[in-house]
Design a protein around this ligand. Structure first.
Ligand SMILES: Cc1cc2nc3c(=O)[nH]c(=O)nc-3n(C[C@H](O)[C@H](O)[C@H](O)COP(=O)(O)O)c2cc1C
Length: 409
């Protein structure tokens, strides 16, 4: 095995954490928390990656409050799931892997019909909530200063809770069109107060949330962030500003940065590349009207981008060259051993894998044994993405029998 593959599969520190290797399971929404409650299915999903050797797995979309969920079937952090999460994280720790939680708030991008605190979802500015249209909530409101202070508090409370239940790392979501990214993006933030306008103003809320999380967890929990290199939409965040976003998060003391791109709201295929999810999304719709709408407008919403390996590498390197202290975590189409070597040779610290691990949960064990002979087999068909809301959640259709572990939480 080359020195670069050796580096990938050897232990490394991420902020205050020691990981057994540099491969991290990326947050891929599991679709295994019906009603927002974690149970055996979620545990088994993550156990397969941990048994398969990853250094750390990531529980996707841990909302900071009930109304921070895109849908009712997502978890929000709170006492109602304390025993389940504590048991689950304990169980995953037994494998030797670390456990991260992706901390998120949807802002206005919501189709949650069980809103508790607000009547309509809110973001930085009044706007059309295209996702909300599917449930008859097409209009999103603008957050008041009071709402903003409250949001910061939800990040602090969620962080305290996540530390208590045993998460080793918290991955704050600053990208993909969710709440904090709505403030960063000039397309969705049209405020004229101290939270809108200049980049410094648009970053005020995200930096306050970062500070609140860091103060809440202290020095034992790694605090990392997933950010966008571009919104890939006219009027949205572009690379030049994104590099400065990274510099600000770095100055704010973030331990690691994951450089993704695209948004779920405007251009989701920029995040994935490969086969468009248009047909799959239409197929998954149960409502006949929505099915026809998806068939008609799907190809325009879900643009096809040809897949190429390491499609976010250039942007990631720009960020790497700009930040001083934050460690770099690569994400986006690192599916071959050659690509893994390139990322390691560039001095990037960690790699997050989404689809490659859905295809082969034992990627680390297999690849570290086979070296250059290892072939992952993910074809970027993106069918796993279309299954986000399917019964049983996303899995790889190419795997005849998805790996299942028997153990109970
Ligand atoms: C089924 C599925 C669900 C996803 N859910 C999330 C999510 O909840 N949060 C997130 O930040 N990214 C999510 N992603 C995006 C991945 O984290 C990652 O950015 C993307 O798949 C590119 O990495 P890859 O080439 O290693 O798959 C999801 C991806 C897939 C395939």
């Amino acid at each position: 095995m080359s020195q670069y593959l050796d580096r990938a599969f050897s232990s490394a520190s991420l902020g205050p954490l020691k990981l057994r290797n540099r491969i991290i399971k990326a947050a891929t929404f599991e679709g295994r928390t019906p009603g927002g409650i974690p149970g055996k299915d979620l545990y088994q999903f993550h156990k397969q990656f941990c048994d398969g050797g990853v250094g750390m797995t990531t529980l996707a979309y841990c909302a900071t409050e009930a109304d921070g969920r895109v849908s009712h079937d997502m978890m929000y952090m709170g006492d109602h799931i304390r025993p389940e999460l504590t048991r689950m994280i304990d169980g995953l720790h037994q494998t030797g892997a670390r456990v991260s939680g992706q901390m998120a708030h949807c802002g206005y991008f919501s189709k949650n019909q069980a809103l508790q605190r607000v009547r309509n979802p809110k973001g930085p500015s009044i706007q059309l909530n295209t996702l909300g249209m599917t449930v008859g909530r097409p209009l999103a409101g603008a957050m008041s200063e009071k709402d903003i202070h409250y949001m910061v508090k939800t990040y602090r409370d969620a962080a305290l809770f996540m530390k208590e239940v045993g998460f080793d790392a918290i991955e704050i979501h600053f990208g993909h069109g969710y709440g904090l990214s709505q403030f960063i993006s000039p397309k969705t933030n049209r405020r004229s107060d101290q939270y809108g306008g200049s980049l410094a103003n648009r970053m005020r809320l995200p930096l306050r949330c970062l500070e609140a999380v860091k103060n809440a967890v202290g020095d034992d929990v790694a605090v990392i962030g997933k950010m966008g290199l571009t919104d890939a939409v006219k009027g949205g965040l572009q690379l030049e500003e994104a590099v400065e976003v990274a510099a600000m998060l770095d100055q704010g003391g973030i331990d690691g940065l994951i450089t993704s791109g695209g948004t779920s709201s405007f251009n989701v295929m920029h995040m994935f590349r490969g086969t468009s999810i248009a047909d799959g999304m239409a197929e998954m719709q149960k409502n006949r009207l929505l099915k026809s709408v998806f068939k008609m407008v799907g190809p325009r919403i879900f643009k096809e981008y040809p897949y190429q390996e390491l499609y976010f590498l250039e942007g990631c390197k720009r960020v790497r060259d700009r930040v001083r202290n934050a460690q770099m975590i690569y994400i986006g189409g690192c599916h071959t051993m050659e690509s893994l070597e390139v990322v390691m040779r560039e001095g990037i610290d960690f790699v997050q894998l989404g689809r490659a691990l859905i295809k082969d949960p034992a990627y680390v064990n297999n690849a570290s044994r086979q070296g250059h002979k290892y072939v992952n087999g993910c074809t970027h068909c993106n069918q796993c993405v279309t299954m986000i809301e399917a019964p049983g959640g996303p899995h790889c259709p190419l795997n005849v029998q998805p790996a299942v572990v028997e153990e109970r939480v």
